[in-house]
Design a protein around this ligand. Structure first.
Ligand code: 4AD
Ligand code: MG
Length: 479
């Protein structure tokens, strides 16, 4: 008999058929004559109930059936007499595939803290919370590809190992096969990377943007969706050392087109979650409510489903950096010196406390901030006519802060060259990037969406380490 997936089974209404199910025991309870096993196979949040009648099978069949053990069960799919569930499987045959010593198995049918679960990330897929997050994460990956495919974009794989620093922030992990203890040296006594694997100094990419630009200037509309790596030593709930980024790049798009694209994409994937993940979202909504029980009413977050709907239903606010600085400078927390970083004036880099003030307190909806000071943004952004600001855009989300960073790109060769010179970015090493501005250059724009920040938003989780299966952060690479 073929194994039935529990998710499909639970949608059935043809009872009294023989079925075979396999999965892991989430719970067991019962009496002298009968046992009830909650079996989960990961396909959905719900378990299927297995009924074991001892008068039929003998009590011995329950040997080894403890929380965490894996089972194969054959039986009759039956309409359930009890409350709680629509159907159950009345077992004919139970086989324990793998035992889980109850003395040692760390997961029990009770609430475990997220911190504890982070320490056993290899087992946390087996909890309701991480099952739900994993399924939502999958649905979002699918929705993103669907959005771009439906809109005529091509997916590009950009390199993971690269010789350039796309963001110019110098926060890269080096990739090398040289012997640390005894590296080859050149005449100046410095490490001779000519002898390294790639014949040059290489690192893990911080962004696929530069290569996506090359593709966009031939293919029109492209996007990357790949892993990116940043060696910034920030131990926050919003940063990972290894995260996934979605980066569309579109020829002929200006900044307004770029904002429209980002806003419609975020709305599409949010709607996709509402349409396809409701069971998991309702569970996550309840989880969030439980977590915030002790908080004051004005500190509690908006109910999860309501929050997601509000993204789909409302236009994002669009304003310039200069306007935002005015709002922040005159805000209560700034005047009362409640911010950690007080906004003194134009030119200040915005911290997450400022971004969240704008989104959560001032506008109470997502905000797209544009036209930032050139000094605080990357070299590739298009200079405005004021000579001071660039065509940057950051999208700020409630509870998250920056979720998207993007810009219109500097397509004028001379302006780009001058900018790179001023920022000490060696043009010779980027000759291939400069060539796009030499040959058939066009206005173009793109952005990067941090995938885990999106998942934080959709699931209502608070710590970015809980929305990626195996987080990489400073001093953390266990699993
Ligand atoms: O703003 P960033 O640095 O932009 C870029 O990398 C551009 N090259 C994107 C582009 O225009 N193609 O990063 C983009 C997004 C941020 O808005 C944030 O959501 C996410 O990536 N991000 C991180 N997510 C998790 N951990 C980190 N350390 C992150 N750094 C950035
Ligand atoms: Mg950014």
């Amino acid at each position: 008999m073929k194994r039935a997936i529990i998710k499909n089974l639970l949608q059935q209404d043809e009872f009294n058929q023989k079925v075979l199910v396999k999965g892991w025991v989430r719970n067991r309870r019962g009496s002298k004559n009968v046992a009830f096993i909650a079996l989960n196979d990961g396909s959905c949040l719900n378990n299927i109930q297995i009924v074991v009648d001892f008068s039929k099978l003998g009590e011995e069949v329950m040997e080894g059936v403890s929380v965490g053990a894996s089972l194969s069960v054959e039986g009759m799919l039956t309409e359930s007499a009890g409350g709680g569930q629509k159907m159950e499987v009345v077992a004919d045959k139970i086989e324990v595939l793998g035992v889980a010593d109850p003395e040692k198995y760390p997961l029990q049918p009770k609430k475990h803290s997220l911190e504890f679960l982070r320490d056993i990330a290899h087992l946390r897929f087996r909890t309701n919370t991480f099952g739900a997050i994993t399924r939502v994460r999958h649905a979002m990956i699918f929705a993103i590809h669907k959005f771009f495919n439906d809109n005529g974009f091509y997916n590009i794989h950009t390199p993971i190992i690269t010789a350039s620093d796309a963001e110019g922030a110098g926060e890269m992990f080096q990739v090398s096969t040289l012997d640390f203890k005894n590296p080859p040296l050149n005449e100046e006594g410095e490490i001779d990377y000519k002898q390294d694997f790639f014949g040059r100094k290489t690192n893990l990419t911080v962004s696929g943007q530069l290569e996506a630009e090359l593709a966009a200037l031939a293919m029109g509309q492209v996007y990357t969706f790949g892993p990116t790596f940043r060696a910034e030593n920030s131990n926050t709930t919003r940063h990972l050392a290894e995260f996934w980024m979605i980066e569309p790049e579109v020829a002929f798009n200006d900044l307004n087109d770029n904002m429209d694209l980002a806003e419609s994409m975020l709305k599409f994937v949010t709607q996709y979650a509402l349409d396809n993940c409701m069971d998991d979202l309702l569970f996550l909504s309840k989880r969030l409510k439980d977590e915030e029980k002790g908080k004051k009413a004005n500190e509690q977050s908006m109910e999860l489903i309501e929050k997601l709907k509000s993204i789909v239903d409302n236009d994002f606010v669009r304003l310039t950096y200069t306007e935002a600085i005015d709002i922040l400078r005159n805000s209560k927390p700034n005047k009362k010196k409640k911010f950690d970083y007080i906004i003194e004036g134009w030119g200040a880099d915005l911290q997450s406390e400022h971004e969240r003030y704008l989104v959560e307190k001032h506008f109470k909806k997502p905000v797209i901030l544009i036209d930032y000071p050139a000094e605080i943004k990357a070299f590739y952004m298009k200079m405005n006519d004021d000579g001071k600001t660039v065509r940057a855009m950051d999208i700020l989300f409630p509870g998250i802060g920056e979720i998207v960073g993007g810009s219109q790109r500097e397509e004028r060769l001379d302006v780009l060259q001058a900018k790179m010179k001023a920022m000490n970015i060696p043009e010779e090493e980027m000759w291939w990037f400069m060539d796009t501005r030499r040959f058939g250059s066009v206005p173009h724009s793109g952005f990067g969406l941090g995938f885990e920040r999106l998942i934080l938003f959709i699931t209502g989780m608070n710590n970015i380490r809980d929305v990626i299966p195996f987080p990489r952060a400073p001093k953390q690479a266990e699993f």
